[in-house]
Design a protein around this ligand. Structure first.
Ligand code: FO1
Length: 339
C-alpha cells in the first residue's frame, strides 16, 4: 500500500482526491486506500447556531458520493425548507445550509459540545458516510481566516466569499488562532510515514495557507522523507460560465495579490517554493514552466481541469508517478503561504 497524504481545501482539492482515491483503490484490493487527507479549517464558522466546517464537509461529501458536483459544495438532491423557514421567521440567510447537510452540522455541533475533538468528530462522520480513506482536520483548535479589506472592514472568509461575493479588495489576510493551534492528532504521524505528499489544487492563501501555518505542519512537509508534489490551483484563459467558479477565481486573485504575488500558477509555485519537488502545471499554461522551474521544482505538464466533479485520470497518474522523484535536501527557505 502506498501512503499518500493530500493537503488542501474544499471544492478544487476534492475533485483531485476523488480521482486519486480511485487510482489508489485500483491497487488496494479490499483494504484501506492508503489516502489521508489533511483539510483546511480556516473557513470554519458558526452559522444558524451550528458549527460548519465547509472544507471538511466538501471532502467528506465528495469521497462518499454525496457531493452536489455542479455546485461543488453541499449534498446532491438537496432541499432548502429549513432555510426558507429561518427566513420566514425573520432570520438573516446569506449562508445556506441544506436540509440534508444540516444533519452533518447538527451531529458535529452536538459532539463538539460533549467535548469530542474535531478529529474524532470527523472520523465518526467519515465512518457514518462509509469512507475508505482518512480525513483529518489540520488542527482541532479554532483557526479563522480574517481579511482586512481596503474599505477598512474586517471580514471572515465566508463573509468575503459568500456574503460579499469576493468583491472587496483585500489589504491583508491573517489566520486568527494560529499561535494556539497544534496539528490535529494523526497529522504529523501521517506526514512522517507518507510515501508521497500532495499539495492539492487549492487557493494558496485561503486553503493551503491556514494548514501550512499551523505550527509544525509546514516544517513536517519540508522535512518529510518523501517527494512533495503540488497541483496548480489555476488555469489561465479559462472562461468561467459558472458564477461559483468565477467567484472562487476572484477570491484567489484578491488574496494572492494581497500577498504581493501574481494570481497565476507561477505565483502559486512561488508561495510553496520551499516545499515542492514537482509542480503539476496545466498544459494550457506551458509558457509558465521555465519560470516555475526557476523556483526549483520539476514541472509536469498535463490537463488538470475536472469535469463532472472529477479531475482527469491522467492527472492522478502524473501525481502518483511523482512518488518516484528523488527528493533533494531542502534549503529551509520560507515561502509566502505560512505567514
Ligand atoms: N457557498 C456558497 O457560495 N453559498 C452558500 O450559501 C454556502 C453554504 C455552505 C454550507 C456548507 C458548506 O459546507 C459549504 C457552503 N458553501 C457555500 C461553500 C463554501 O463557502 C466554500 O466551499 C468554501 O468555504 C471554500 O473552500
Amino acid at each position: 500500500m502506498v501512503n499518500v497524504v493530500g493537503i488542501g481545501g474544499g471544492i478544487g482539492a476534492s475533485r483531485l482526491w476523488l480521482t486519486l482515491h480511485d487510482a489508489l483503490e485500483d491497487d488496494a484490493a479490499d483494504g484501506p486506500s492508503g489516502l489521508t487527507l489533511v483539510v483546511n479549517t480556516g473557513d470554519d464558522l458558526w452559522a444558524h447556531g451550528v458549527r460548519v466546517c465547509p472544507d471538511l464537509d466538501t471532502t467528506l461529501y465528495a469521497l462518499s458520493g454525496r457531493q452536489d458536483v455542479e455546485r461543488g459544495w453541499g449534498t446532491k438532491g438537496e432541499s432548502w425548507r429549513c432555510m426558507e423557514a429561518v427566513r420566514g421567521l425573520g432570520g438573516e440567510v446569506w449562508f445556506h445550509l441544506g436540509d440534508t447537510d444540516l444533519a452533518t452540522h447538527l451531529l458535529r455541533t452536538a459532539w463538539l459540545r460533549e467535548g469530542v475533538g474535531l478529529a474524532e468528530v470527523t472520523r465518526r462522520l467519515a465512518e457514518g458516510m462509509g469512507l475508505r480513506c482518512r480525513v483529518l482536520p489540520a488542527t482541532e483548535q479554532p483557526v479563522s481566516t480574517q481579511l482586512l479589506c481596503t474599505d477598512g472592514e474586517r471580514r471572515s472568509y465566508q463573509e468575503f466569499l459568500v456574503r460579499d461575493a469576493a468583491g472587496p479588495r483585500v489589504h491583508e489576510v491573517t489566520y486568527a488562532g494560529i499561535p494556539a493551534a497544534r496539528p490535529a492528532p494523526g497529522v504529523l504521524e501521517a506526514l512522517e510515514s507518507a510515501d508521497l505528499i500532495v499539495l492539492g489544487p487549492s487557493n494558496p492563501v485561503a486553503s493551503l495557507g491556514p494548514v501550512l501555518a499551523v505550527p509544525g505542519i509546514r516544517e513536517a512537509v519540508r522535512d518529510a522523507g518523501c517527494p512533495v508534489v503540488a497541483v496548480t490551483p489555476t488555469v489561465s484563459r479559462v472562461p468561467f460560465d459558472d458564477p461559483g467558479e468565477a467567484r472562487r477565481a476572484d477570491s484567489r486573485q484578491r488574496l494572492m495579490e494581497s500577498r504581493g504575488v501574481q494570481a497565476t500558477a507561477t505565483g502559486a509555485a512561488e508561495m510553496i517554493r520551499d516545499l515542492c519537488d514537482v509542480f503539476v502545471l496545466d498544459t494550457a499554461d506551458a509558457q509558465e514552466a521555465d519560470a516555475i522551474r526557476a523556483f526549483g521544482p520539476d514541472v509536469l505538464l498535463t490537463p488538470t481541469l475536472a469535469s463532472a466533479g472529477r479531475a482527469p485520470r491522467a492527472l492522478a497518474d502524473a501525481v502518483l508517478g511523482a512518488a518516484d522523484t528523488r527528493r533533494p535536501v531542502r534549503s529551509g527557505a520560507i515561502g509566502g503561504v505560512g505567514r
